[in-house]
Design a protein around this ligand. Structure first.
Ligand code: DX5
Ligand code: ZN
Length: 231
């Protein structure tokens, strides 16, 4: 399980070379990655289409790192079983992606029992469930279910693409989330435009998981890139 007092670096494979995805994952694992961040997009919730459960199932065989699966899809509750069965360790759904957000979280918890760890080869015994907030969504929108989640993911770019610029105004939301979650076990994750310039301030704000795609995968020295994010 993840320790709230630590900082984890999660390379986003959206920026990897998909023609040799397995080798790219092995490489960031060798270079010190803590988690593998997997962006799932459906062309409806976001204007891009990426990968689904079958790809996750096949890369599950080549990595022992926890898989952090970021669902940017409409009505994610319909697909939770497939993503848990494929070997996800963390599943995050977007707050506005479903009318029944609480039910989606329940499905993630239930699926952990239906698809046990041995069958799925996931790293964690129970799949962690998270909610993601788009840049325009306030923290208070999840006030009623904040105690039902293991992780809060704050988007610091608009979801859909790698390589975008960090939205500076998001610092305030991240700082506020850091304060609100300080005494809870809930992990705080930030995704979008993360690099060695903003990582330190994010960690100081209480962030536990830093997702970085283009910064790590486009770096000539990925080990240095990962280390430079640790603050
Ligand atoms: C964006 C994705 C991110 C993206 C981050 O929709 O959720 O995970 O891959 O990429 P960078 O770090 O390049 O902004
Ligand atoms: Zn992501």
């Amino acid at each position: 399980m993840l320790d709230k007092s630590r900082v984890y670096i999660a390379p986003s494979i959206l920026s990897a070379d998909f023609s040799c995805l397995g080798e790219e994952i092995r490489d960031v694992e060798r270079c010190g990655a803590d988690l593998i961040h997997i962006d799932v997009m459906d062309g409806h919730f976001v204007p891009n289409i990426t990968i689904g459960p079958s790809v996750i199932k096949s890369i599950r065989k080549i990595s022992r790192l926890p898989f952090d699966v970021h669902l940017m899809i409409k009505e994610p509750e319909k697909y939770i079983d497939e993503f848990v069965d494929a070997g996800s360790d963390i599943i995050t759904v977007h707050e506005e992606s479903t009318i029944h957000l609480h039910r989606a979280l329940q499905k993630i918890r239930e699926a952990s029992k239906i698809f046990p760890q041995e069958r799925t080869h996931r790293v964690f015994n129970n799949v962690l469930c998270g909610i993601s907030l788009n840049p325009h969504r306030p923290l208070c929108s999840i006030k009623e279910i904040i105690n039902d989640i293991d992780l809060l993911l704050i988007m610091t770019v608009n979801p859909g693409f790698g390589g975008q610029e960090f939205i500076e105004r998001m610092f305030r939301k991240v700082q506020e989330a850091g304060i609100q979650l300080k005494r809870k076990n809930t992990l705080l994750e930030v995704d979008g435009g993360v690099n060695d310039k903003n990582a330190k301030k994010l960690i100081k704000s209480g962030v536990n998981i830093l997702v970085a795609g283009s910064f790590i995968f486009s770096s000539k020295n990925r080990r240095n890139a990962i280390n430079s994010l640790r603050g």
